[in-house]
Write a protein that binds this ligand. Structure first.
Ligand code: SF4
Length: 511
């Protein structure tokens, strides 16, 4: 088996169900449609520009920001290297403090465990804290299918849920919606919403607040994810901005937390690093407005029943692979999405996965298993990047996303054998080795000027190059090739002048 960074490449896999990790269409096809949505591009452009500026301000003011990034990276690398032992330590500590730990191999198992736990309480509804893990496994859909109503309580998640939509950003799930759309969603879906409601953000938030308050006060079971879990103490952590998380984590009788196994940290002190890195990188804030920590069950205070579901869903397989292991270091801050020129234009839906953007392009194929067949939409994700490197610069735990994407492309090419790119490169090499053939090909390419538009670009190339021109402007070939110019009197004169300029200092030295 070939290796990358000294680790074996992942074996062929996908033994388990994976949930919301597979899109219905390849990225280029889905992105093409999204690019036609002017409103989406406007919203995304404005939102990502704002978050980028805030992030730069608050990271720039930390004198040891780079040292913090190094520390975050080192802690996560250490965690991945001894994940099994840390998870067992976490299980022992949570149990010692009155919680119950469940292990779920995949999304289907996790969903069944949650549904069983909720049914055992006699409740038919749950309130939810925003959670990528539960989106990943399609928990809401599963709960609804067994007669349990989930209520999202994060404002953006609520908007997405009420609209029967899908989140398009890790941190700002409704980034693709504007105020008018939100107003209409509330009028259509929130019982008793005032028909005179306007699109003022404060008044829209007040409507959601009143609606959610009733849910907080009456629902007996909450489901959350976790940003971190501390192995040495059994402490779970959730960070959020709206206070809805604090309500869910403290008011109900039963709390069920679904957490990807990679979220564990060895020591309580490690939180010091991540509680600085995460808010500055995600919302551009110095600290999160709400940071909730809890350890098992405290008699007379908060939920009296606590269940922690440790979710694998492809993570163990990813851990065995160099690319997957690096991607598991992600703390889901979304900084890489906000700096990505591809994400900024296409939005999150084009990625077809719970995890969009640069890290989604790595993580999704790793968690779901990258299938080499061209029919698998996930196999197109590693190509959804310009490889500009902005994501690597922004990542608070220094995940080298561009290198990981290149490696995934390499693996994909190796698995699929001949690709259009490979055949094109082979053909180009054969032509370039033969001068007469090359000159002939240049002359033939010059005919492209006939089909060029007035602006000097060719809007659609013939097959097999159509895919290239579908998403790019192709410049028309110039009237004169470099070789023609080189052979012309004008070219020879220019070359003589350049040579004279180059030699002059040497001649002056000799004098
Ligand atoms: S890869 Fe890095 S920048 Fe992107 S979401 Fe994960 S931690 Fe944040």
């Amino acid at each position: 088996m070939s290796t990358f960074l000294g680790m074996p490449r992942r074996p062929p896999r996908s033994p388990y169900g994976t949930g919301n990790l597979r899109g219905e269409r390849p990225f280029p096809e889905a992105a093409h449609d999204e690019l036609g949505n002017g409103q989406l591009r406007h919203n995304l452009g404005r939102a990502t520009r704002t978050i980028r500026a805030k992030r730069l301000d608050v990271t720039g003011e930390v004198p040891d920001w780079e040292a913090l990034r190094d520390a975050g990276s080192a802690i996560k690398t250490d965690t991945m290297n001894r994940l099994p032992e840390l998870l067992e330590q976490l299980e022992a500590k949570v149990t010692e403090h009155g919680g119950t730990v469940h292990w779920a191999r995949d999304g289907a198992e996790a969903n069944e465990i949650v549904a069983r736990l909720v049914e055992a309480t006699g409740s038919s509804e749950v309130i939810k804290v925003k959670s990528m893990a539960t989106q990943e496994i399609g928990l809401n859909e599963h709960l609804a299918s067994v007669g349990i109503t989930p209520h999202e309580t994060d404002l953006a998640e609520l908007i997405v849920q009420l609209a029967h939509d899908k989140p398009s950003h890790i941190l700002v799930p409704a980034i693709h919606r504007n105020r008018d759309e939100i107003r209409q969603i509330f009028l259509d879906r929130i019982p008793g919403a005032d028909p005179e409601l306007d699109n003022d953000p404060g008044r829209l938030a007040a409507v959601a607040r009143a609606y959610l308050r009733e849910k907080f006060m009456t629902t007996k079971v909450a489901v959350s994810g976790a940003n971190f879990a501390v192995a040495e103490t059994g402490t779970l952590a959730v960070v959020e901005s709206e206070g809805n998380g604090r309500m869910c984590l403290t008011l109900p009788d039963t709390l069920i937390t679904v957490m990807g196994i990679e979220k564990v940290l060895p020591r309580h002190q490690d939180l010091e690093v991540f509680l600085q890195l995460l808010p500055r990188s995600s919302t551009g804030e110095r600290m999160n407005p709400y940071t909730s920590l809890w350890t098992g069950v405290t008699p007379g205070d908060g939920p009296q029943e606590f269940h922690l579901i440790l979710l694998d869903n492809g993570r163990t397989a990813a851990l065995a692979d160099a690319v997957g292991r690096a991607a598991l270091n992600c703390i889901r801050c979304s900084a890489c999405l906000n700096v990505c020129p591809v994400y900024e234009r296409t939005g999150g839906h084009a990625y077809g996965s719970t995890y969009p953007g640069p890290i989604g392009a790595v993580l999704t194929p790793q968690l779901a298993g990258m299938h080499a067949t061209e029919g698998d939409p996930n196999s197109s994700l590693p190509y959804a990047s310009s490889l500009c490197g902005a994501c690597f610069d922004a990542c608070p735990v220094k995940i080298d996303i561009p290198s990981l994407l290149v490696e995934l492309r390499h693996q994909h090419t190796e698995q699929t054998g001949a690709t259009p790119e490979k055949l094109a490169m082979k053909a180009a090499a054969a032509v370039m080795r033969r001068t007469r053939l090359y000159t002939g090909a240049q002359k033939a390419a010059g005919l492209g000027r006939i089909v060029a538009d007035r602006d000097g670009t060719i809007s659609r190339l013939p097959p097999p190059f159509t895919g290239w021109s579908d998403s790019r402007d192709t410049p028309a070939p110039p009237r004169q090739t470099f070789r023609d110019w080189y052979a012309s009197a004008e070219g020879r004169a220019a070359l003589r002048t350049a040579a004279d300029e180059h030699d002059r200092p040497h001649r002056e030295d000799e004098r």
